[in-house]
Design a protein around this ligand. Structure first.
Ligand SMILES: C[S@@+](CC[C@H](N)C(=O)[O-])C[C@H]1O[C@@H](n2cnc3c(N)ncnc32)[C@H](O)[C@@H]1O
Length: 245
């Protein structure tokens, strides 16, 4: 009998092929309350982390930019406001992209290409982008190595990947961070998004994500040069950077 490959979904062990549909279920469920939950859960800090990411890029008009796992468009719209970039936002979840498209109409940013696709097998050509960004998305992908290879493939030579993700805080912050995230975030999910389980998954998935150094090594293994990271808010979040050779 062949052994089914397994992976994790939060603290649960699930079949490898099952994780993607479970993640899809999470974002289908929270899509309409996703933006407000981000503000409440992070006490607004996600806006600062995202601004830091966009500030790090020296965006110029006409650059080809891909925001992967772009969801409701926070990063994409912030970049588009900085420069007249040629922006593609790709996400596996049509509900999240639908929320983003509606925001684009509200804010009058309409020149965005919206692509529904999986980070592990991007429906995009080789060497198309000067910049690829992914914020709070990579943690949800089943095969992170495959996704990193795809990001490398779609970047032009010398193109840059920036990956913003929850990470592992310094020891001094851990007790308060653990108490806040394990006790309060699932409750907030229940009150505001009417979905405790999805926010329990969020908290657990952060703990399962590789450490800053391990993720930097995964980027190097995928071919990226100068893989490095900056810790934000004491390592609660890390901004990883690397270049296609
Ligand atoms: C936490 S949200 C982040 C959205 C946005 N980047 C932000 O920072 O607000 C994670 C996003 O990753 C997307 N996602 C999960 N797995 C994916 C995959 N395999 N390929 C592409 N997107 C994926 C989800 O649909 C969701 O929109």
């Amino acid at each position: 009998m062949t052994q089914q490959k397994e992976t994790h979904f939060g603290f649960k062990t699930v079949d490898w092929d099952e994780k993607q549909s479970r993640v899809r279920g999470v974002f289908d469920s929270v899509a309409s309350r996703y933006d407000i939950m981000n503000d409440v859960m992070s006490l607004g800090a996600h806006r600062l982390w995202k601004r830091y990411m966009v500030d790090t890029l020296r965006l110029q008009d006409d650059m080809q930019v891909l925001d992967l796992a772009g969801g409701t468009g926070d990063i994409g719209f912030a970049m588009r406001k900085r420069a007249a970039i040629d922006l593609t936002i790709c996400d596996i979840n049509a509900e999240m992209l639908g929320q983003g498209r509606a925001r684009g109409f509200d804010t009058n940013i309409r020149d965005v290409k919206w692509v529904c696709g999986n980070a592990e097998c991007l429906p995009l050509p080789d060497a198309q982008f000067d910049v690829v960004t992914i914020a709070f998305g990579i943690r949800n992908v089943t095969d992170i190595g495959a996704a990193l290879h795809e990001m490398y493939r779609v970047l032009k030579p010398s193109g840059r990947l920036l990956c913003l993700e929850f990470s592992h805080p310094v020891a001094a912050l851990k007790p308060i961070y653990d108490a806040y995230s394990f006790k309060l975030i699932p409750r907030m999910g229940e009150w505001i998004a009417k979905d405790r389980d999805s926010y329990q998954y969020l908290v657990e998935s952060i703990r399962r994500f590789p450490t800053q150094d391990d993720f930097a090594q995964m980027m190097t293994d995928a071919g990226f040069a100068q893989a490095r990271y900056d810790n934000l808010s004491g390592g609660i979040v890390a901004l990883h950077s690397g270049y296609r050779i």
